[in-house]
Design a protein around this ligand. Sequence first.
Ligand SMILES: NC(=O)c1ccc[n+]([C@@H]2O[C@H](COP(=O)([O-])OP(=O)(O)OC[C@H]3O[C@@H](n4cnc5c(N)ncnc54)[C@H](OP(=O)(O)O)[C@@H]3O)[C@@H](O)[C@H]2O)c1
Length: 329
Amino acid sequence: MLYQAASNRYQQMQYRQCGNSGLRLPEISLGLWQNFGSVDDPTNFRQILFTAFDLGITHFDLANNYGPVPGSAENNFGKILQNDFATYRDELIVSTKAGYTMWDGPYGDWGSKKYLVASLHQSLKRMRLEYVDIFYHHRYDANTPLYETMSALDLMVRQGKALYVGISNYGPAEAAAAFDILKSLGTPCLIHQPKYSMFVRTPENGLLETLQHHGVGCIPFSPLAQGLLTNKYLNGIPDNSRATKELFLKTAHITQEVIEKVRQLNAIALERNQSLAQMAVAWLLKDQRITSVLMGASSARQIQEAVAGLQNTAFSSMELASIERILAS
Ligand SMILES: NC(=O)c1ccc[n+]([C@@H]2O[C@H](COP(=O)([O-])OP(=O)(O)OC[C@H]3O[C@@H](n4cnc5c(N)ncnc54)[C@H](OP(=O)(O)O)[C@@H]3O)[C@@H](O)[C@H]2O)c1
């Protein structure tokens, strides 16, 4: 059946300005790292995407290697773009990245111009797009001159293959150097994508300040710590949960110590009339330097739950102090 987007889709979502740019992103964006590959159920992932867009989520985040198999998330998303979202292309922000291993040999990894330009070419073909809205360098490469990597991003914009560029997994010093080069080339950096959640606080050690100083947006990935910051694992490890796949989140990560913290965080969330997943998203959005929270989902229901939680993103100082006590315990 032909997908028809909900007519009220822009009434329930807030959009935040991305750094000093003119682009606004939804408070929640959806990533296609897992659950959208060739091994996954197309009926389910189509429903996730439709539900997200119906709730005002306009930004979908991909990378060349998302799958499994690598490339298949872009390919699946491309089919949906062509068949279901074709009339909505100009309402969507589609991002992709390159920087991790994608193909054999010296030109399928890291940060050379050769790799990045070829990879974007492949991504556009898989997604059946003329351009992406955001292209990211996926991780810092100490063995390629930063000027070469940033020149490749600038070239993509000049060629009309990307509208904006970003970086991901760069530390504050490398990020600042990249921003300066991009500015000198006339292609300011739009956004940085770091790992950030109640469990992973690294961006608080200088990165958030650097982004604010340079007018660059911030889109934290894995805001739910891959599902740990939800009520999912409180009573054991459910079948089909991400941990059972033993890929990036492993059952060995779900220790008694972690679950004890999750149990206490869950109690605070309940006092706020929220689920823990909702509180984990809100906890990031309380900081106005955060442009959008980039979550993943294995069901449409998880998206509905997260968006419903956007009604309450404010925290009392007592709540924040209690959260800090739990995390430090
Ligand atoms: N730049 C990078 O290097 C990088 C790295 C990683 C990710 N990313 C981006 O960030 C996106 C999000 O990453 P992520 O998937 O790790 O994010 P996440 O939001 O921390 O984890 C998503 C997972 O949490 C579980 N979940 C979500 N809502 C839930 C709920 N209400 N109740 C219980 N469980 C819930 C689901 O796992 P189940 O399958 O267990 O249901 C879901 O797949 C990726 O898709 C990708 O676009 C970027």
